[in-house]
Design a protein around this ligand. Structure first.
Ligand SMILES: [Zn+2]
Ligand SMILES: [Zn+2]
Length: 1022
């Protein structure tokens, strides 16, 4: 499933909100408005975290463990950070495997499968899923995944002793979360994680050597040796080399592939050392997997299959040997590609690895784990499997119970609506039945009963986790809509002629009751929340709409005036409204599909033609059209994954120098710059020189890195100096509008070049050319409408002059268009080169001029600045337009605020529908995507009821599960709904949606299969 856009939309939603905060600062002279606005936005922003991204963890459960003796005494966990499933399993060009040792395990002694991770595919959430068994909640994002935002239990914590080797980015969180000091870590210094200079596989060899030394040392140390011989011992080897090599050289590189061999060899050696130490006692289990994969262009974080599919190989004590698989059905073609057709593949969700490890060495399942034990991997008695499954079920059911009780306690009893499919008594009944089955040695029945109970409990967890969502969502949206209306009313009141009172309405007495009505409503809400003992944040969300709507209703007359105005020419108003909505929706759509920006820019190109600007100034109009066309190309270019092309960067630098010369010459020619000083000239000279220097640095750095000589110190020094000076030099230049803008753009450009690796270097150049033309055209527009006397040449307008309030005019429709253009350019600045995605899926190549040692914060800050540069260009140009069109900055920014708030509101809903952060926040619904239902009637359990339809559909149902098969291209949905009804009559009362199949069966028996593929199936449990 492709999820990048979703992750991005959430990221953008966050950006938009903070952007609105930035706008707030323009209202410094409207202090009350500013304060209220800031407050509303902060609350709105915070509510997203409270509504969508709360921690799914509950506390207060007791650990559960299986009473039977476990098959293994100790476990060795290898995590090859950033290893893709396909690169690991596939054969190379010569038909040889890259991992001879592990391939041998897969073919002859172990079990294997693909482990499916969730987004974000980052190291920390991946490791938490593997070792603690839950999908990390997003509050971890806010803390940079560095610290433990919540205390959590893990397999390591439950073990007797755990020894870990690896990266300082990962190990501390498990040691810190553990109670007592039984988790020992050994880490290399962070400086070793240098991407560029040497081969990163030495991070892995470091780990292997340390482990070997450790076992050697243990032979002569009695105390250590005694600890190592204990039961419930874990060894964890975190191998970061692959991730580092993948980022630096991409997964298709020989470095990455060679690293796979290094790891394989290292594992073989380490295992022989371990087996030797334990004298081959056959009591060690081994698991090899990875935390996430990696895209072709060396990034991870999003939801592309190359990132979410990771290998899982298990072998040793308690693990099944290879099963012969034939006719295995998976939606992918990996089995053929990997030549593993004849070895049974068992896929798992990443969190399932934690219960597997717990079951192997017999420690309690981690308390917050939502993983379901993959029984296929276990080689033990049926009784042990059933007991383990029962323990797993009890552990998850207890989370559900704790969560339910908590919710019940904090809700008014008559308002509480429990999770109907699983009342408490039913859970206990099912557990009792399962125990009975085990006593009667009916292990299969016990296991399938447990599995259905686990699924119900996980669904119930999700239900209670999102219990308050609708209620809170409505309150917050109500408040925010009120705020937008208030801003709108304010625009009308202060900047148009519509605020004059209409005498009739003045007599309306309703205003007098307003305060009483709103105070009353506030008191009722407070009381309601008080009884339910809600958290304090709920009071804020629910009471916020009251003052905001009060402020709106106080200005009721203005709203009345606006409505009257609209009613005088309804057709025109509706036309404008539709255009406005289309414009906003275009921008919202562009957050998901960058190509929409191209459509928008092409429509912009038609503006001079439509607005008769073309006849007035042909040169400017033609440049506007051509620059719009050139800019429209950028959103069509690939986002990331391109290989660096330094020639393009050099070309962009050269073109910038040429353009600025032409520009400066035109100033000279126009003689408009009589006030130009020599200081300014030397500033320009320095800036142009700095651009040439940047081009040189980019070239030398990348050629030095190509031959693995590392980053030259001189490049590094110059890069940082350029960055620092670019923030200061524009202040030295003249404050005349075009001179100042040119100086700002030149400075920004020199930094941008240093941060570029390809075609994107042209982007700020084209963008700034377009906004220069824009300023000229807007000036023409003002003159054309004769709104303000154009007493000055455009080039003589000075930023430093205080705008004269007598010239400030009323708002017109053109100002809405201006504001819209501005926001659209801002959006283009962000997505023109797809930079948002490259922060998300981090491409370190662009910061190589500054540093090559992995440092997420410095690298992140540099990437952020690269994204902000086009943004700053647009901001400065808009400031120029404001000054030149003699409009009060308040009014223009109020319009911008309203437009971007409407967008923010739209995104608020999108977070709900698409959010893949949502997956993290509400990680409770676990799907078993690759659990295959029986493929033929012969494989159905003997106690199943079979109903056959008109030849194409078969319905099977056992006591606990019902499968519906449909193989029809037409009428499938009608027929299937008939069978769902039949299933309901048979006693199946709950339908479970599975994402692996076409989503044909939905909750409540509604079938939504629009297009039926060859094989449409759904399955049902009761
Ligand atoms: Zn990782
Ligand atoms: Zn990584």
């Amino acid at each position: 499933m492709w999820r990048r856009g979703d992750f991005r939309s959430n990221f953008i939603a966050v950006l938009i909100f903070s952007w609105n905060e930035v706008i707030g600062f323009w209202f410094a002279n409207m202090l009350a408005f500013f304060l209220i606005g800031l407050l509303v936005h902060l609350i709105f922003f915070a509510s997203i975290f409270d509504i969508y991204f709360t921690s799914p963890l509950v506390h207060g459960m007791t650990p559960h463990r299986t009473a039977l003796p476990p098959p293994a005494q100790r476990l060795v966990l290898f995590v090859a950070d950033g290893l893709r499933a396909d690169t690991f399993f596939e054969l190379d060009e010569n038909g040889q495997t890259r991992s001879p040792f592990l391939r041998n395990v897969v073919e002859h002694s172990g079990s294997w499968g693909v482990s499916h991770t969730r987004v974000p595919t980052e190291s920390r959430p991946g490791h938490v899923a593997l070792i603690a068994g839950f999908y990390e909640d997003v509050s971890a994002v806010a803390k940079g995944w560095k610290e433990n935002p919540v205390e959590f239990d893990s397999v390591f914590n439950e073990s007797k002793y755990t020894w870990c080797w690896g990266s300082p980015d990962i190990l501390p969180m498990f040691a810190k979360g553990a109670s007592g000091d039984h988790v020992y870590t050994r880490m290399y210094p962070a400086e070793m994680e240098d991407f560029a200079a040497q081969d990163a596989s030495k991070l892995d060899t470091w780990v292997f050597n340390e482990v070997k030394n450790f076992f050697e040392f243990a032979k002569s140390n009695e105390t250590l040796s005694a600890e190592m011989w204990a039961h419930e011992v874990v060894y964890f080897l975190h191998l970061l080399g692959l991730d580092t090599n993948g980022h630096a050289h991409r997964p298709m590189s020989s470095e990455y592939k060679e690293n796979i061999r290094t790891v394989d060899k290292g594992i073989q050696e380490v295992i022989s050392v371990i087996e030797d130490f334990y004298r081959n006692d056959k009591k060690t289990a081994f698991i090899y997997t990875s935390d996430h994969g990696m895209t072709e262009w060396g990034s991870h974080g999003a939801g592309h299959p190359s990132e979410t599919l990771t290998p899982l190989v298990a072998w040793g004590a308690g693990v099944n040997g290879p099963l012969v698989g034939s006719n295995q059905q998976f939606q992918d073609d990996f089995l053929q590609e990997w030549k593993l057709n004849d070895r049974k593949r068992f896929d798992v969700n990443q969190a399932d690895v934690a219960p597997l490890m717990a079951a192997l060495i017999g420690v309690p399942f981690p308390l917050n784990s939502v993983g379901i034990l993959p029984l296929e991997y276990l080689n033990n008695s049926d009784q042990y499997k059933a007991e383990c499954m029962l323990t797993n079920t009890m552990q998850i059911l207890e989370q559900f119970t704790v969560k339910m009780i908590h919710k019940k306690e904090t809700t008014l009893s008559f308002l509480f609506s429990p999770f109907k499919p699983l009342p408490l008594s039913k859970g206990q009944d099912m557990l009792r039945t399962a125990r009975l089955y085990i006593q009667q040695q009916q292990y299969d029945e016990a296991i399938s009963l447990c599995k259905s109970l686990v699924n119900l409990a996980l669904e119930g967890l999700s239900y209670y986790h999102t219990y308050d969502r609708v209620f809170l969502g409505i309150s917050v949206v109500l408040g925010f809509v009120g705020w937008i209306s208030y801003a709108f009313v304010l625009i009308v009141k202060r900047h148009t002629g519509l605020s004059q009172p209409i005498s009739k309405l003045d007599k309306l007495p309703s205003n007098n009751h307003l305060p009483a009505v709103f105070t009353g409503a506030g008191m009722v809400i407070t009381l309601f929340l008080l009884i339910q003992s809600c958290p304090w944040t709920y009071y804020i969300y629910c009471l916020l709409p009251i003052p905001v709507w009060y402020a709106v209703m106080k200005e009721f007359r203005i709203i009345q005036n606006v409505i009257n105005l609209v009613l005088t020419c309804p057709a025109k108003s509706i036309g404008y409204l539709l255009l406005f909505i289309l414009g906003i929706e275009t921008m919202v759509a562009s957050f998901f599909h960058r190509q929409v920006l191209t459509f928008g820019l092409l429509s912009f190109a038609g503006w001079p033609l439509l607005s008769k600007r073309f006849q007035q100034n042909k040169v400017m109009s033609l440049s506007w059209i051509s620059f719009s066309f050139i800019l429209a190309v950028f959103p069509l270019m690939p986002v990331v994954g391109r290989s660096p092309n330094i020639t393009l960067v050099s070309a962009a630098g050269l073109l910038t120098v040429i353009c600025s010369f032409i520009f400066l010459c035109s100033f000279e020619m126009a003689k408009a710059t009589s006030v130009e000083t020599t200081v300014s000239r030397s500033v320009y000279a320095a800036q142009v020189a700095s651009i040439i220097l940047s081009v040189y640095i980019v070239n030398t750095t990348h050629s030095s890195l190509a031959v693995k000589h590392g980053l030259p110190l001189s490049s590094q020094v110059i890069s940082w100096t350029t960055l620092a000076s670019s923030l200061l030099t524009p202040l030295l230049s003249s404050t005349f509008i075009f001179q100042r803008l040119l100086s700002i753009n030149l400075s920004l450009m020199s930094t941008y070049l240093l941060l570029s690796t390809g075609y994107e270097a042209f982007f700020p150049l084209v963008l700034s050319s377009l906004v220069f033309v824009w300023i000229n055209l807007e000036r023409e527009t003002i003159r054309f409408h004769n709104v303000s006397p154009a007493e000055k040449q455009l080039s003589m307008i000075n930023f430093a002059q205080k705008s004269d309030s007598t010239h400030v005019r009323h708002l017109g429709l053109d100002d809405i268009r201006r504001s819209y253009f501005f926001i659209f350019f801002i959006v283009t600045a962000f997505f023109g080169t797809g930079n948002i995605a490259s922060v998300n899926s981090f491409d370190p190549a662009s910061v190589y001029c500054f540093l090559t040692v992995f440092n997420p914060f410095v690298m992140g800050a540099l990437m952020m600045w690269k994204i902000l540069i086009p943004f700053v260009i647009v901001m400065c140009a808009f400031e120029g337009i404001q000054v030149s069109t003699r409009l009060s900055s308040n009014s223009l920014f109020l319009i911008v605020l309203v437009i971007s708030d409407i967008m923010a509101l739209h995104f608020f809903f999108l977070v709900k529908d698409y959010g893949s952060w949502l997956d993290i926040g509400t990680s409770s619904v676990i799907r078993r995507p690759f659990e295959e239902p029986p493929t033929s009637p012969q494989q159905m359990p003997s106690n199943s009821t079979k109903t056959s339809g008109p030849g194409i559909i078969l319905l099977f149902s056992t006591r606990v599960r019902c499968y519906i098969y449909a193989c029809s291209h037409q009428g499938a949905s009608t027929i299937m709904s008939a069978y769902v009804r039949q299933a309901t009559e048979l006693g199946v009362n709950r339908l479970v949606k599975s994402s692996y199949y076409q989503p044909t069966v939905d909750f409540g028996g509604i079938i939504n299969s629009g297009s039926c593929t060859d094989d449409t199936r759904g399955f049902i449990t009761n």
